[in-house]
Design a binder for this molecule. Structure first.
Ligand code: SF4
Length: 176
């Protein structure tokens, strides 16, 4: 027994948050934060060959006020990190972040004094994409994983709390 039996055919029931999540899932507004070669690969992803409009994420925005999905693509230096944090803070909730490639996810092979060892040191990351650079199909796969997360049907991904004070970046290791 339930309300479905009472209403019978032609009706279905849902929850408001499920409808909102369904809408958000298919209307992501990506903002590329591209600093290196991964950003070049992203240009291919938004081209007609891969057609991410199939996933409702083709309208790339270059203002954080108009975006709800940040894609960080490339090496982030300690000097650049506060800027990334500020742009992230300017995006309205709800918002999500994808770390594209080894550099954004972990610093990549730039394990040195100047490079942030992963953007999750300063902003929360929803999906990490491995690779140097990742294939376009991996980026599409990350989008699908994010859609599952938005709808609450996918596995939860590790989200690190920001370690940055408003005034600057907390550096780790022997970073100068
Ligand atoms: S992960 Fe590789 S391709 Fe991407 S920005 Fe770093 S060096 Fe370039």
């Amino acid at each position: 027994m339930g309300i479905q039996n009472t209403l019978q055919e032609g009706f279905f029931t849902t929850r408001l948050e499920h409808v909102l999540a369904w809408g958000r899932k298919y209307s992501l507004w990506p903002m590329p934060f591209g600093t290196a070669c991964c950003a070049i690969e992203f240009m291919g992803v938004v081209s007609s060959r891969f057609d991410i409009s199939r996933f409702g994420a083709e309208l790339v925005r270059f203002s954080p006020r108009q975006a709800d999905l940040m894609l960080v693509m490339g090496t982030i230096t300690y000097k650049m990190a506060p800027i990334l944090k500020r742009v992230w803070d300017q995006m309205c909730e709800p918002k999500w972040c994808i770390a594209m490639g080894a550099c954004a996810s972990s610093g990549g092979f730039y394990d040195n004094y100047s490079t942030l060892q992963g953007i999750d040191e300063i902003i929360p990351v929803d999906v990490y994409i491995p690779g140097c650079p990742p294939r376009p199909e991996q980026i599409i796969h990350a989008l699908v994983k994010l859609q599952e997360k938005i709808c609450g049907t996918g596995q939860s991904f590790p989200v690190a709390p920001p370690l940055v004070a408003a005034s600057g970046v907390v550096k780790k290791g022997n970073a100068a």
